[in-house]
Structure formats: structure tokens, C-alpha cells
Design a protein around this ligand. Structure first.
Ligand SMILES: C[S@@+](CC[C@H](N)C(=O)[O-])C[C@H]1O[C@@H](n2cnc3c(N)ncnc32)[C@H](O)[C@@H]1O
Length: 313
């Protein structure tokens, strides 16, 4: 059955369109801004200082839109220039603090694939900075709890009255600030969240070069908002955060200046309403090739190369 549309997207520059959002109306602002690394959607290459000031201006303009009990989640990666590397959260932690936000977590989002570096170790994680406007903020752990590692564990005899009583939380365990979602590890052995990044084989992949997975936004939305709350993404791209919001009965508003991404985002939201949008089911394990499968067999060229390298080193 087709569900009602609970999201809208404003096409245009965030510095202009932000004025259209009502004050103190959003419980969560979640976004992944451009990283200033020359992607096709960022033709203006800024100096690091200019980038800092621009992003500071955006966050300052967004804050009055947050409710007093609201949160902001800024998903950022790394800025690389001339081979030199800066994890962008370093800039944003300063901006958040200067603007009076209270930092709650620096979440590590680890993924399995990405660019291969040859003059440093290949990067395999990005960050989500979570801050709140006040100390009285919405946070509900239960919808995002993961199963206990040892659900049968009980308090020891030394615990007096509690001795013999199950020691964990029956509703599950805090998923921690390290997000790596693998159902195999997650639900059986070691409960951590592993969310793969959105590469060509990912069911959510569109033409956009830098989507984040819907699952990533889902975790923030489920824990930091309630059904009916409004979620804002000021750099909404293909609408991943609005899809997560709508999927869980929240309202969403996004801003995006590239009309072609807005078109994709609206089409995805429409497909979601009709129950036709391909999404990676939460908690699905990353596929591991079978032994003997072509991709898991070392090629003959590599065997020779490895022998040569072993001799040389
Ligand atoms: C990292 S992408 C966000 C991708 C998004 N999270 C998704 O999953 O599709 C950043 C987006 O910000 C948009 N953008 C860049 N500068 C903007 C501006 N000044 N105002 C509004 N949108 C802008 C880009 O077109 C791009 O789609």
C-alpha cells in the first residue's frame, strides 16, 4: 500500500533556503557536507580557512532550527591536499564547541572498501560527530540495542541480593561508538555495527558519488528522535537521511542545490512510499566469498609477484 509523503526537499543553496525552515522545529539535523576535495558537486575549491568559515556559517544558521532537546549529527571524512591528510572532525569539534553545542559522541563508521593508498595506510573509516543543543536531549537506546554477547550471564555469588540474577539488560546492549554492522559477528559473536559504504554493488547506489547508507542515518534517527519529529538534512544529496526518516514515521526536510540529485532523491522517496525502493536490510552480513570462488582464488600472476617481493625484502 502506498504510504503518505512525509518529506520535502528545497532546491537551492543552503545559505538561502535555510530561511524557509521554521525556527526550533527540527529534533535532528543530520548531514554529510562536502569535504572540499573537488568532487563534481563542489566546483568551488576553497582554502581550508575558507571551508572552515563556510561550514561554521552553515552550522550557525542551522542551530536556531533545532529544538532545545535536539541533536546534530555531522558525518565527515578526511580532507586530503597534496598528499597531506586532515581528519575533518578536528575542524568541526572546534566549531561545535565554539557555537555552544555539547559533544556526545565521536562515532567511528568503519567500512570495508574505498580508495587504496600507496603512500599511507588505506583509510577505512569516517566519523559522525554527535552534539546536542542542551543537556536535556532526546536519546532512546532501546530501538538500536544489539543482542548481548553473553545473554545467559548472571551476577556472581559475591553480589549479595543480586546473586544468580541475569546481569545484562534484557532489551539488549549499547551498540557503542564504533559502527560496524555484520549480522554474523553482530548477532552471534561480537555485537558491533558494520555498515558498508555505498559502492557500485550496493543496492542503494545511485549516480551520486558520495552517498551515505540509509542504515547510518537510521541509527541516529531511531535513537535521537520520536515518530512524528522533524529531521533536517541541509546537504541532502540523494535523500538517504529523508528515506531513513520516512521509513520510521518521522517527517523530513532536505536542502540540495543540484537539481539532478533532487530528482533522484524525490524518485527514491516515491519508491519508498510504494514499497519499491531497494534498501540494504539492516544487519545483513557483508558477503564473504566461498573458498574456491573466482574472487577468493589468488591469481597465478600474484603468486609469482609475491615470490619476487619476498626475495627482495
Ligand atoms: C556528501 S554529499 C551528501 C550525500 C547524501 N548524504 C546522500 O546520501 O546522498 C553533499 C551534497 O551537498 C550538496 N551541496 C554542496 N554545496 C551545497 C550548498 N551550498 N547548498 C546546498 N547543497 C549543497 C552537493 O550537491 C551534494 O549532493
Amino acid at each position: 500500500m502506498t504510504k503518505p509523503q512525509t518529506s520535502k526537499i528545497l532546491t537551492g543553496d543552503v545559505s538561502v533556503k535555510i530561511a524557509r525552515i521554521e525556527g526550533a522545529s527540527c529534533t535532528l539535523v543530520i548531514s554529510s557536507p562536502p569535504y572540499n576535495i573537488g568532487k563534481e558537486y563542489e566546483p568551488e575549491r576553497r582554502s581550508l580557512d575558507e571551508y572552515h568559515d563556510w561550514q561554521r556559517g552553515v552550522i550557525k544558521a542551522v542551530l536556531p532550527k533545532l529544538t532545545e532537546d535536539g541533536s546534530i549529527c555531522w558525518q565527515v571524512g578526511n580532507y586530503v591536499s597534496g598528499g597531506e591528510f586532515l581528519p575533518l572532525d578536528v575542524l568541526f569539534i572546534d566549531i561545535f564547541r565554539e557555537l555552544g553545542l555539547r559533544l556526545r559522541n565521536r562515532i567511528i563508521w568503519r567500512y570495508n572498501f574505498g580508495l587504496h593508498a600507496d603512500k599511507r595506510f588505506s583509510g577505512r573509516y569516517e566519523m559522525v560527530l554527535w552534539a546536542t543543543k542542551s543537556d536535556d536531549y532526546k536519546f532512546n537506546l532501546h530501538p538500536v540495542c544489539v543482542p548481548q554477547t553473553y545473554p545467559g550471564k548472571r551476577h556472581s555469588a559475591r553480589k549479595g541480593e543480586k546473586a544468580g540474577i541475569p546481569s545484562g539488560n534484557p532489551l539488549g546492549k549499547n551498540p557503542s561508538d564504533y559502527w560496524e554492522f555484520s549480522a554474523e559477528n553482530d548477532f552471534l559473536v561480537n555485537p558491533v555495527w558494520e555498515i558498508p559504504n555505498v559502492k557500485a554493488s550496493h543496492p542503494e547506489k545511485t549516480e551520486h558519488p558520495c552517498q551515505f547508507p540509509v542504515e547510518l542515518a537510521e541509527r541516529c534517527i531511531l535513537s535521537m528522535t520520536l515518530p512524528g519529529d522533524l529531521v533536517l538534512d541541509p546537504f541532502v544529496g540523494t535523500g538517504s537521511s529523508l528515506i531513513a526518516a520516512q521509513k520510521h514515521g518521522r517527517r523530513g526536510v532536505g536542502i540540495e542545490r543540484d537539481a539532478s540529485y533532487v530528482k533522484i532523491a524525490r524518485a527514491r522517496l516515491d519508491r519508498l512510499r510504494k514499497g519499491e525502493l531497494p534498501l540494504r536490510p539492516s544487519g545483513r552480513p557483508i558477503r564473504v566469498p566461498f573458498p574456491g570462488e573466482k574472487v577468493s582464488t589468488i591469481s597465478t600472476e600474484w603468486v609469482v609477484r609475491r615470490q619476487q617481493t619476498a626475495k627482495a625484502s
